[in-house]
Design a binder for this molecule. Structure first.
Ligand code: GLC
Length: 446
């Protein structure tokens, strides 16, 4: 009986690697659950490009610098003040639940001591050490999930087809053997990463350079899943992954896909660029984060550490400001689902998992000390300020006994409860939220 039970419980895990898991299967929902609830992740672009402060990989690909000069940055990548434990703590403090780090960008520079090729932090950079493993360890120690960014293209590798935007080394059809060698090389690296770190997320990039067949997508996927059945793969494996990755542009309309994550820089650059001072303010970062929450997605906010391993002050400040806000409002962030349409409240909202609590996000100080909800049919049992506890009064207007129209709910928001960034009001309903959706018609009786 016990063996039978164990087999029964393990079956979904045993089946997963061999069969394609459908997106509505229970196994799939379970595997995506932590991701759906996490809301905030921190992206890290760290590589030799931080030395000169130029764009990651693209600077030589687009001919802003020669490949030779780009590679000279290896000498400046010291990681001298690198403190992975501090990084992990800071990420934790921000309120993020996971972090995704560039194990290898398009330039082919690997942060770990890969036995495939020589272009890595240990063998060729001034750091002379593996800078990935200690970070993954620190993340795990701090109870954060681990995401590994991996670029499929490797523009520095002689085995790879593309070198720069103008120079292509070869065409696969002309030299399939060379391409096979490249596949062994990159898949070997993936296998190392999978074995070493068992990532919770695989964050692929650069899939646009080849098609599914050329990349060997099914083989790669099944290899990753057999090493960790619960691993989550982003959509940049030729759309064969688990969630969408809009980049930089906050979705204006609520995305259709169930799982998505906006990846976004704090300034204009992914990696460290000393001349880029075009930072979003903490308020603006939180604006965007709140928007992601209200549309049911995650924010993957990027930092770009310097070559010595320190994190720029502006970035630390944003992470800390975020942290103060997320800590106070954790109930209204993690595990919530997308809120109600804007017609019912002119701003962002979120709902608790069971849809009985409506979280109303108030960005500014209401002029008359009130915020309005429209068309909420439920009875409201209580209204309070998240992270503050103060009860709030409310009043209903335009509700008449002869109509089912629920009226307008005005909630008093005194100045004393206003938060620096967003005040969050929890509206506890008598059951699942019920919204009035009739076009208001003729008088029913009078
Ligand atoms: C783009 C760029 C890359 C960056 C990534 C982050 O795909 O190629 O430089 O790392 O976006 O999402």
């Amino acid at each position: 009986m016990r063996t039978f039970l164990i087999i029964l419980l393990l079956t979904p895990f045993m089946l997963k690697a061999q069969t394609e898991i459908t997106q509505d299967s229970i196994f799939y929902k379970q595997k995506m659950e932590w991701f759906k609830e996490a809301k905030l992740g921190i992206f890290i672009h760290w590589g030799i490009y931080a030395v000169n402060g130029i764009s990651e990989s693209w600077s030589f690909y687009n001919n802003y610098i020669s490949h030779e000069d780009y590679m000279k940055q290896l000498k400046g990548f010291t990681a001298k003040k690198y403190d992975p434990e501090y990084w992990a703590k800071l990420i934790k403090e921000s309120g993020a639940k996971y972090s995704v780090i560039t194990s290898k960008h398009h330039d082919g520079f690997a942060l770990w001591n890969t036995k495939y090729g020589n272009l890595n932090a240990v063998k060729q950079s001034a750091a002379k050490k593996d800078v990935l493993t200690p970070f993954v360890k620190a993340l795990r120690k701090n109870d954060l999930n681990v995401g590994i960014y991996f670029s499929l293209p490797d523009w520095s590798s002689d085995l790879y087809t593309n070198y720069t935007r103008d120079i292509k080394r070869y065409k696969i059809e002309d030299d399939p053997k060379r391409w096979d060698k490249f596949k062994k090389y990159y898949q070997g690296q993936l296998k190392e990463l999978a074995t070493n770190y068992k990532p919770d997320i695989w964050w692929f990039d650069g899939d646009w350079e080849h098609n599914d067949k050329e990349w060997d997508v099914p083989k790669v996927k099944s290899m990753l899943l057999s090493s960790n059945p619960k691993t989550i793969i982003n959509s940049r494996l030729r759309q064969k992954g688990d969630y969408d990755t809009p980049e930089q542009g906050l979705p204006i309309m609520k995305p259709k896909s169930k799982y998505w994550e906006l990846c976004m820089t704090m300034n204009e650059s992914w990696g460290y660029q000393h001349s880029d001072n075009h930072y979003k303010s903490s308020q603006q970062v939180i604006d965007i984060f709140v928007d992601c929450i209200s549309k049911g997605g995650n924010l993957l906010l990027d930092i770009g550490p310097k070559a010595d391993g320190t994190i720029p002050d502006e970035q630390v400040k944003i992470l800390k400001d975020l942290g103060r806000w997320t800590k106070k409002h954790s109930k209204a962030i993690y595990g919530t689902q997308a809120g109600i349409p804007y017609e019912y409240y002119y701003g962002p909202t979120a709902l608790s998992k069971d849809s009985t609590l409506l979280y109303v996000y108030v960005r500014d100080i209401p002029k008359d000390g009130k915020v309005a909800l429209r068309g909420i049919k439920n009875k409201i049992n209580r209204i309070y300020v998240v992270g503050n506890g103060a009860m709030l009064e409310h009043d209903v207007f335009s509700k008449v006994y002869w109509s089912s129209y629920p009226g307008l709910t005005y909630i008093d928001v005194p100045k004393a409860v206003i938060d620096k960034y967003y005040t969050v009001i929890a509206v506890l309903l008598d059951g699942k939220i019920d919204l009035y959706d009739k076009v208001h018609g003729a008088i029913e009786s009078n």
